[in-house]
Ligand binder design. Structure first.
Ligand SMILES: [Zn+2]
Length: 420
């Protein structure tokens, strides 16, 4: 029923306690565990994408659950690997890599594990830390249950007479209403309700901060920031530079807000006006084919090779464009190592969705190129770099649209005179 390469739990536990014996045994263990990890992720992705095609269907959901249960078993039976590699230490592990050249592809992955040595505790301390971390989730869980289920979200009557319960998704939806009175009503109702529980919400936040400080202290990080960035291996200077760059460019945001205020014809721009459409009655519609054309044209600066691969992703139908009954909402790109990336879209023709095609195609191309050039063990990437590939494409599209859109509705944005 399961792929032949997925070994039974006893085979993994055969390696336990023996990773340090010799280079050949070390390689055999890593090869076996990685091959299973690859097979398992294929199983999970297949089952979850089948389930996303029609979320009402029982069979794919059952398949997904079975695959996930298998993943939990796999994780627990192979959980000895990381601490054992850490315990071997850098000299021994890198000695193996020198001795056995087939271990070379594992080098960056091993280095990434060994980075944790200064933040790893003794076996007994690790046990206590793991149990303490289970308690540390309590605040976050309480916040999540409270805001998702128990918070008594208010009901408002909109100007057309419809009554809506303003929970988080409805707030996200109705705060963008073109009708200002509705927007004000929605904002006030939503935030007044939150305000009533500020002591409770403040306490859950305090619990979360204490959990961060606990982790920083016991794992010997210099700051919570260092601890938060450690997994992604992002230097603090990069993080601080990003914030500094945002601050340095605030005048552009102020300029945009002034433009928004003027185009919306408002005396005073409030928080409740930030999500509303800036231009009234523009109804631009696109077909999937037009969206492909726009994304292809806008990505021209990335060069011929990139465009050839991108065109192939559309020609070979890696993208499921149209919404169907029961299909999972939203959009994503997901990779299957050794196959190709897949994209789910729910394309109804809005400009935002063209932008989503650009965004997800950025992820797909990143995955495609990474899978093509990296062995399984290093093919994956962190979210910090992932969103560079996707938002860059969104920016290319926006840039292209600003340069090429000719419309009776849209003012020529290049020539707008700004009043400061
Ligand atoms: Zn993304």
């Amino acid at each position: 029923m399961f792929p032949e390469k997925l070994k039974s739990a006893t085979i993994y536990s055969d390696f336990q306690g023996k990773l340090g014996t010799d280079a050949a045994g070390f390689l055999a263990a890593l090869d076996t565990i990685m091959a299973s990890d690859n097979e398992l992720s294929r199983l999970i992705t297949y089952a979850s994408m089948r389930s996303d095609e029609d979320t009402r269907a029982g069979k794919p959901r059952e398949m997904e659950q079975t695959a996930k249960d298998l993943a939990v078993k796999f994780t627990s039976t192979t959980s000895f690997m990381r601490p054992e590699i850490l315990a071997l230490g850098e000299a021994k592990v890198m000695g193996f890599v020198k001795e056995e050249e087939k271990l070379l592809p594992y080098k960056p992955w091993l280095e990434d594990i060994l980075r944790y040595i200064p933040h790893t505790l003794s076996v007994a301390e690790e046990k206590i830390a793991a149990q303490a971390l289970m308690m540390a989730d309590a605040s976050e869980n309480a916040y999540s249950i409270f805001t998702n289920a128990d918070l008594p979200y208010p009901e408002v009557t909109l100007s057309d007479g419809t009554k809506v319960r303003i929970d988080a998704p409805a707030y996200g939806n109705y705060r963008a209403s073109p009708n200002r009175e509705d927007r004000i009503k929605v904002f006030q109702a939503f935030w007044t309700e939150y305000k009533k529980f500020e002591r409770t919400l403040g306490t859950t936040l305090y619990g979360q901060i204490k959990a961060h400080i606990f982790n920083k202290e016991i794992r010997k990080y210099n700051s919570c920031l260092e601890s938060a960035l450690f997994d992604s291996n992002v230097p603090q200077t990069v993080y601080k530079q990003l914030i500094a760059d945002v601050h340095a460019n605030m005048p552009t945001l102020y300029r945009y807000l002034k433009l928004r205020k003027r185009m919306m014809g408002l005396e005073k721009l409030g928080y409740e006006d930030l999500y509303a459409p800036i231009v009234k009655e523009v109804d631009l519609k696109y077909t999937p084919e037009e969206s492909i054309k726009l994304v292809m044209e806008s990505c021209a600066p990335l060069g011929k090779d990139y465009l050839t691969d991108l065109q192939m992703s559309f020609d070979k139908r890696w993208v499921d464009f149209l919404p169907t009954t029961g299909k999972k909402s939203g959009a994503y790109s997901t990779g299957v190592y050794g196959v190709h990336p897949y994209q789910l879209q729910n394309f109804t023709g809005q400009y935002d969705e063209v932008s989503t095609v650009a965004h997800e195609s950025g992820h797909s191309m990143h995955t495609y190129l990474s899978d093509k050039n990296q062995p399984y063990v290093t093919h994956d990437y962190k979210i910090f770099v992932a969103e560079v590939a996707s938002t860059l494409n969104e920016n290319f599209l926006l840039d292209y649209m600003l340069k090429n859109t000719k419309s009776n509705f849209l003012p020529d944005l290049q020539n707008i005179q700004l009043i400061y």
